[in-house]
Design a protein around this ligand. Structure first.
Ligand code: OGA
Ligand code: NI
Length: 364
């Protein structure tokens, strides 16, 4: 007989906040429906469009940014600026990371999720600023509805951390994250220039030498009722840029002009979105895009989202060069990045951006 949600063993194990991994739940033999705690309601207007006109996501050829002619480079910088302004999102091709390295990183993250629940227990950090933390959903201590997602979050820069299982995790993630940091740094140079600033402006102002880089590996197992569940609800990312790759299975959607757009990723490309701190730094010129991850009923999706942010001690406010009291007054209050991260990670991912906490409200 096919299992129904009511026959699935209790979700909570030791305490109300200690949830089962969704991986174990999805593997329950014959599961045909999801437990009600995972039922996520979307309205009709929330459905994503596949209209090719609306899905023309910008593509950035990274090789032209780093080794193109001056003419090619300035065209790419212009395109980068436009992508940040109009979309807050772009795909990066020819980024120089070998396919084998991308595969190895996805593989080792899969091996982490394949550890037993007992083995993973060691890495279930308690606090959102614990450098290694795995779990399920987003923040089960405050959520009423759970997301069809397990995760591993690891702080990798300025101090490198790694779970000690699987054994190869440390070596592979160190290399992969170093390379993505280089890509992010080059992109941020181009983005600085696109704002009319010096190429090294963001790197310097955000203290990227000790910038906070975090790896979030996401596992979305097959879900028997994908239209009734959500992998990750609408949210924006806290950093400057997030560089995402995936195991060939799509699921990311971004909000563009009020509509949800499915991202059909070019194989081996990076999916890059601008984060809250690029919006703050650019005084609102570049928008931190809302995005979400949907699930499917046949394939396990793994995504690796690497967040690149200022150093945790940097107090970020709009770049003075982009502020003009008359026409462009500062639109955000300054906040220390560490406090912002803590605020965002301790709350609920409920579609409302944490940016509302620092936005200057015009009371006129
Ligand atoms: C994230 C994220 C989307 C995805 O980890 O912040 O938005 O497609 N992930 O997994
Ligand atoms: Ni995100």
């Amino acid at each position: 007989m096919a299992a129904t949600a009511s026959l699935v063993p209790s979700l909570a194990t030791h305490s109300p906040t200690k949830m089962r991994y969704v991986k174990g739940l999805a593997e329950y033999p014959g599961l045909t429906s999801i437990p009600s705690a995972y039922t996520y309601t979307t309205t009709a207007t929330d459905h994503a469009t596949s209209d090719p006109e609306e899905c023309s996501i910008p593509i950035i050829d990274f090789s032209l940014l780093v080794s193109g002619t001056p003419h090619q480079r300035s065209k790419i910088i212009h395109d980068l600026g436009k992508a940040c302004q109009d979309w807050g999102f772009f795909m990066v091709i020819n980024h120089g990371l070998q396919e084998s390295m991308m595969k190895a990183m996805l593989e080792v993250c899969k091996s982490f999720f394949d550890l037993t629940e007992e083995e993973k227990q060691e890495f279930e950090g308690k606090h959102v600023l614990d450098p290694i933390r795995c779990g399920t959903s987003f923040n089960t201590s405050v959520e009423q509805v759970f997301f069809w997602r397990d995760f591993l979050k690891v702080f990798i820069h300025p101090e490198f951390h790694s779970p000690n299982k699987p054994a190869e995790f440390s070596k592979i993630s160190l290399e992969y994250c170093k390379k993505t940091r280089e890509v992010a740094s080059e992109l941020l140079e181009g983005i600085s220039e696109s704002l009319g600033l010096e190429a090294c402006y963001i790197n310097k102002a955000m203290n990227l030498e000790t910038g906070f880089q975090i790896l979030a590996a996401n596992l979305y197992p097959p879900c028997p009722q994908p239209d009734h569940a959500m992998g990750m609800p609408p949210h924006s990312d806290h950093g400057l840029l997030t560089v995402l790759s995936q195991n060939g299975i799509d699921g990311l959607q971004i909000q563009h002009k009020g509509k949800w757009i499915k991202v059909n990723a070019i194989p081996n490309s990076f999916l890059v979105n601008t984060g809250d701190h690029l919006e703050i730094l650019s005084n609102g010129k570049y928008k931190s895009v809302l995005h979400r991850a949907v699930v499917n009923n046949n394939a396990t999706r793994i995504s690796l989202a690497i967040g690149h942010g200022p150093s945790l001690d940097t107090i970020v406010s709009p770049a003075p060069e982009l502020v003009n009291i008359k026409n462009h007054p500062p639109a955000y209050l300054g906040m220390k990045y560490r406090e912002y991260v803590e605020l965002q990670q301790s709350g609920q991912l409920d579609g409302k951006s944490c940016l509302d906490r620092v936005r200057v409200v015009n009371t006129e």
